[in-house]
Design a protein around this ligand. Structure first.
Ligand code: GLY
Length: 369
C-alpha cells in the first residue's frame, strides 16, 4: 500500500508516492503522470547496478532511450554535468515529448532536474530519490541547479545557477534505504530535524523517541517519519514556491552549512554540515535573545543522539567562514539573511551583527586540547 502526498505547484500538481517496492512499479505508474514514452535515465553511479537496474527493467528496453551515470560529488556538480545530459538527450533522440527520470540522491536530482528544465526549453521529469535526504527534501519543491565557481577563489558556491521546475512525480521507495550508508541516513535525519524545528515540534518528538531505530534504518520507523517530514516540506513549498517568503525557513542551518560544506579537509556530507549549521544558528539565536540556552542544548543533544556532528571536526579561521557566507544566495545586498530558531518555530533575520555571527561560529569550533 502506498501513501500519497499531493503537492500544488505553478507548473501543475504532482504527488509524492511513498511505498515499499515502488521502484519495481515505475513502468506501470509512469503513464499516469506523463504522456512521455521515451526516457533518459539519469542514475547516480553508486546505485546504477542496483536501483537503476530495477527502474530500467521496470520501464523496459523500448522506453529507455538512454542511460547516463552521474558521479555524485559536489565538485562535479557544475554546468559541464548538465551539458553532458543535454548531449546525451540529443544523442538518444529525446524530443519535447520525452522525459528524464532521475534515480539517486539530491545531487543527481538537482542536475537531472536542471537538464529537464532547460532541454528544449523544458521537458517532463520524474524524481526517484534513493537517499533519505533527497526523499524528504531535495526531490520536493522543484529546485534544480548546479554549483558555480566563486570569483578569485578556489571554492564553489552551492546551487548558484538553476531553475524552478517541478517534477511530474516523486516516487519514494523506502526499501532503497536498506543499502544506504549509515552516514547518509544520518544526513537525511538532519533535514528532518530541520523540518521539526521550523514547523513541527511533534516531528522532533517522533525523531527523539525513535532515534536508534531511525539510525538503524528500521522500515516501520522510516515509514512513520517520511510522510510527517514530507508534509512540512510540502506545506512550505506550496505556500511559497519561489522562496520569496516562508520557504526561506527551509534554509535553517544552511547559510552556515554552505560555508563549511565545500571545505574538502572537513569531509562533511551536506546533512552533517547542516547539523553543525543548525547548531551555529541556534547559538546565534541565543546571543540575540530569540532562543533559550536550554532549547539550544536540547537541539544539540537530539542531533548527537542521531550521531550527527555538532561542532566542526577541526578549527577553521572564522573570518574565512564569514566571507564564504557572503556568497550564499541568502545574502541580499549587504545584508545577510539568517534563519534563526525560536522556542516555537523559526524566523528570518537580516539584522544580525558580524560579532554575533562570529560568536556563533566560535561555539561550533572544537575545544583545543
Ligand atoms: N532545500 C531547501 C528548499 O528546498 O527550499
Amino acid at each position: 500500500m502506498s501513501q500519497r502526498i499531493a503537492v500544488l505547484s505553478e507548473h501543475g500538481p504532482y504527488e509524492v508516492v511513498i511505498g515499499c517496492g515502488g521502484l519495481r512499479t515505475v513502468g506501470d505508474v509512469i503513464p499516469s503522470v506523463t504522456a512521455a514514452d521515451r526516457f533518459l535515465l539519469v542514475v547516480d553511479q553508486a546505485v546504477a547496478a542496483t536501483h537503476g537496474a530495477v527502474v530500467q527493467a521496470s520501464l523496459g528496453q523500448d522506453r529507455v532511450a538512454g542511460t547516463v551515470e552521474i558521479i555524485a560529488e559536489e565538485r562535479l556538480k557544475q554546468m559541464q554535468a548538465v551539458e553532458m545530459l543535454w548531449d546525451s538527450a540529443l544523442a538518444a533522440g529525446l524530443d519535447r515529448s520525452s522525459a528524464i527520470i532521475s534515480v539517486g540522491g539530491g545531487l543527481t536530482g538537482d542536475v537531472a532536474g536542471f537538464a529537464a528544465a532547460t532541454y528544449m526549453r523544458g521537458i517532463d521529469y520524474v524524481q526517484i530519490p534513493t537517499t533519505l535526504l533527497a526523499m524528504v527534501d531535495a526531490s520536493i519543491g522543484g529546485k534544480t541547479g548546479v554549483n558555480l565557481a566563486i570569483p578569485k577563489s578556489d571554492r564553489l558556491g552551492k546551487n548558484l545557477a538553476g531553475a524552478f521546475w517541478a517534477p511530474k512525480m516523486v516516487l519514494v521507495d523506502p526499501e532503497t534505504l536498506e543499502t544506504l550508508p549509515v552516514r547518509e541516513l544520518r544526513s537525511g535525519l538532519a533535514e528532518c530535524v530541520k523540518h521539526g524545528v521550523i514547523a513541527d515540534h511533534g516531528l522532533l518528538e517522533l525523531i527523539s523517541s525513535r532515534a536508534s531505530l531511525l539510525v538503524s534504518g528500521d522500515v516501520d520507523a522510516v515509514l512513520e517519519l517520511l510522510p510527517r517530514s514530507i508534509d512540512v516540506k510540502r506545506d512550505v513549498v506550496q505556500a511559497d514556491e519561489r522562496e520569496r517568503g516562508c520557504r526561506m525557513l527551509l534554509n535553517f542551518g544552511h547559510t552556515f552549512a554552505h560555508a563549511i560544506e565545500p571545505i574538502e579537509e572537513l569531509d562533511l556530507t551536506h546533512g552533517e554540515a547542516v547539523s553543525i549549521g543548525m547548531c551555529a544558528a541556534a547559538w546565534c539565536a541565543c546571543r540575540v535573545g530569540l532562543y533559550a540556552q536550554s532549547d539550544a542544548e536540547a537541539l544539540v543533544a537530539l542531533l548527537e543522539s542521531l550521531g550527527l556532528p555538532t561542532v566542526l571536526p577541526q578549527t577553521v579561521p572564522i573570518d574565512s567562514l564569514c566571507l564564504a557566507m557572503r556568497y550564499d544566495k541568502k545574502v541580499s545586498g549587504d545584508r545577510m539573511r539568517l534563519v534563526l530558531p525560536t522556542h516555537d518555530a523559526a524566523v528570518v533575520r537580516d539584522d544580525v551583527s558580524q560579532q554575533d555571527v562570529h560568536a556563533a561560529w566560535s561555539r561550533v569550533m572544537p575545544v583545543a586540547g
